[in-house]
Design a protein around this ligand. Structure first.
Ligand SMILES: *[C@@H]1O[C@H](CO)[C@@H](O)[C@H](O)[C@H]1NC(C)=O
Ligand SMILES: *[C@@H]1O[C@H](CO)[C@@H](O)[C@H](O)[C@H]1NC(C)=O
Length: 632
């Protein structure tokens, strides 16, 4: 065994050197274009077995690069210091250069490996976003720097404390986020909202304009007319035509309007009719955050909270371990097995103020089953679901490990969001009902909570993308960007800026607002299509899985609602999901979607079906107080 390993290592080492040699010598180009093989002799003598060996070595080598990169990114994520940030940046550039070298030397390698160029090419693209390889290293660095600047400009702001003139101005972005979610003083909320925008607008706009320009440039290098066409490409499949997001938005709108009207009613009760009118749009600063999205921050005072009945026995485990085991049991029950033992010990469950961001995330470190989770466990209701999602992702990583390294990625982000969240939907319901006892009101509360998260985001994501796409295609002048932002948000979401433009101009002639900046505080990745399609796909996948297990039948929907479907214990579910996850990124997401749902169309009906009982309930309660549905 030992000698075999040693030989393998020596051979692989030899090929790695050989590989480096081929990477650094200029690509062989002939006048007949890239397909022509210039070294017939090598092609003739190469055996299939040897090719596989060489490919294997290439993959080993790539895996090592990916591992180094992932380790550096992880270190930065869980321990933000100047050193880890610098290292993360450096490793991104290094990986980019390596990827570029592989692509530009694919022709040489195909000769050396005795493979056709077409066969080899897909195996060397290990980055998810192939288009980025068209940039040169300086351009890539510029893109990284712009993202970083965007993030730091937003997250490192400080403003003066409300109504304290004599204090140092050291209220941070994080503190503002807490205030926006917890204060019930509308004037204070407006103050912080405005201070936040005043501090970020001007800088962010400049960075943003450069960033958009860079993305458009990259899209053109990839032969797309602009960034929007480029990022929409995976969603517009060849045989299904254009994705009809407009139609989907219109279909969801009736449900949204009832949810919206209900929320406005409660905000009116909270802040008074002088602040929230009976039939007008909602001022965005009252929605729990600077951006006004997601609405989940409103849940604590919006949805009746029930007292948790603790079972009396004290837990000897930490909350993180308890939740981890609970999530593990679910995946075992559907036949997906356990995640590797090391996941627990390699993960970080507590934010000691060093996390570089607040988002929970799961990591594939590209080394022997080294998967990790970064999550700040606080033992809330949400943590139960978050833990299931993170563990679901780890199952994804473990499942795709049989793919060549180039395909060891999760699929399209909207699809992944849909699949992972669909798995946890039945857990959410069971957990909620288990905590608060089953009653008509706890069921309503469950659905309302979920709608605040899954439905309220859709009009926002849609509006943001419409705006972004018009910004990319220069449909309006840069100085009109802010007005357009609010006109889209009013049209689709029914929210308005708390600042009156005319009044504000009088007070500060230099104020040049760029309010979309709030949308880029957490996630810099621009298009919001993932947030729009993700929840829609989630309910489609959920319904399909429930139907397959016989847990749900549309014709009996009146007696057993879709939301009551419980996937726990169905090995069939695990089998389907595992097969989807096992293909990694080797298959286009639409085909994976088809294996679950039975067709490739993205449809809103399952989401509407899931929330139908809530829709009926809101219709009734909104009628009782004679609400104006929607805004004017
Ligand atoms: C965080 O990173 C620094 C290097 O910048 C290192 O010295 C320190 O030990 C790390 N802390 C933890 C908890 O890993
Ligand atoms: C307010 O500021 C003045 C001058 O800057 C200082 O002398 C005074 O002590 C401050 N008052 C308080 C309450 O901090």
């Amino acid at each position: 065994m030992f000698s075999f390993r040693l030989t393998f290592f020596v051979h692989c080492y030899y090929y790695n050197v050989f590989l480096y040699y081929h990477l650094f010598v200029p690509a062989v180009r002939s006048s007949d274009g890239p397909r022509k093989r210039t070294n017939e002799k090598m092609v003739g003598t190469a055996t299939r077995h040897l090719d596989e060996f060489k490919i294997n070595c290439l993959h080993q080598f790539t895996k090592k690069e990916l591992n180094e990169h992932a380790v550096a990114q992880w270190n930065y994520q869980v321990n933000k210091t100047e050193a880890t940030e610098h290292e993360a940046m450096r490793s991104s550039i290094r990986l980019f250069i390596y990827q570029k070298l592989l692509v530009t030397s694919a022709e040489n390698m195909s000769v050396a490996f005795g493979m056709s160029y077409e066969d080899l090419l897909p195996l060397v693209y290990f980055v998810h976003d192939r288009g980025i390889c068209q940039l040169n290293t300086d351009e890539y660095k510029t893109t990284l720097m712009l993202k970083r600047k965007l993030k730091t400009t937003i997250n490192e702001l400080t403003v003066c404390e409300y109504r304290k003139t004599n204090h140092p101005c050291d209220v941070t972005a994080d503190e503002i986020n807490v205030i926006m979610a917890s204060s019930s003083d509308a004037i204070e909320l407006k103050y912080y909202w405005k201070a936040w925008h005043n501090h970020t607008s001007y800088d962010v706009k400049n960075i943003y304009m450069n960033y958009i320009e860079m993305l458009n440039y990259m899209a053109r290098l990839n032969r797309f007319s602009n960034e929007v066409d480029y990022y929409m490409e995976p969603y517009n499949s060849h045989n299904q035509g254009q994705l009809n997001a407009d139609q989907m938005y219109e279909g969801i709108r009736p449900l949204y309007l009832h949810l919206y009207t209900h929320v406005r009613k409660i905000l009116r009760e909270k802040f008074g009719t002088a602040t929230v009118s009976a039939n007008g749009p909602i001022p965005v600063h009252l929605l729990g955050s600077v951006l006004g999205q997601p609405w989940t921050k409103l849940i604590p005072f919006m949805v009746q909270e029930f007292v948790v009945h603790e079972s009396g026995k004290t837990h000897s485990m930490t909350p993180a371990k308890r939740l981890f085991d609970q999530a593990n049991r679910f995946f075992v029950s559907i036949g997906m097995g356990c995640v590797p033992k090391s996941v627990w010990s390699h993960s970080v469950w507590k934010d000691n103020k060093h996390f570089s961001n607040r988002q929970p995330s799961s990591w594939d470190l590209y080394a022997n089953n080294d998967f990790r989770i970064k999550m700040d466990v606080k033992d809330t209701v949400e943590d139960v679901y978050t833990m299931h999602k993170q563990l679901g992702l780890v199952h994804y990583f473990a499942a795709y490990k049989n793919q060549p390294i180039a395909y060891q990625h999760t699929s399209n982000p909207a699809f992944v969001y849909g699949v992972i969240n669909a798995l946890t939907l039945s857990v959410r319901y069971q957990d909620f009902i288990g905590r608060y006892n089953d009653s008509a009101s706890s069921r309503s509360a469950y659905l309302l909570r979920l709608a605040m998260e899954k439905v309220a985001v859709l009009p926002f994501a849609y509006a943001a993308d419409v705006w972004h796409s018009e910004a990319c295609t220069s449909s309006f002048a840069p100085k009109r960007m802010n007005d357009h932002w609010w006109s889209k948000r009013l049209k689709y979401e029914g929210v308005v800026s708390p600042i009156s433009k005319d009044m504000d101009k009088c007070m500060n002639p230099n104020y040049k607002p760029f309010d979309p900046s709030a949308a880029y505080a957490e996630v810099i990745e621009l298009p919001h299509i993932k947030d729009f399609l993700g929840p829609i796909i989630e309910f489609q996948v959920f319904k399909a899985l429930c139907t397959i297990c016989g847990e749900y039948k549309s014709k009996h929907a009146k007696t057993k609602h879709l939301y009551e479907c419980n996937l726990r214990g169905y090995k069939k579910v695990g089998k389907i999901i595992k097969s989807v996850m096992a293909s990694g990124s080797s298959v286009e997401w639409k085909f994976l979607f088809e294996t679950i749902v039975g067709h490739r169309r993205v449809e809103i009906e399952p989401l509407l079906e899931y929330f139908q009982p809530l829709h009926n309930h809101l219709l009734k309660t909104n009628q009782e107080t004679n609400e104006h549905i929607g805004w004017k």
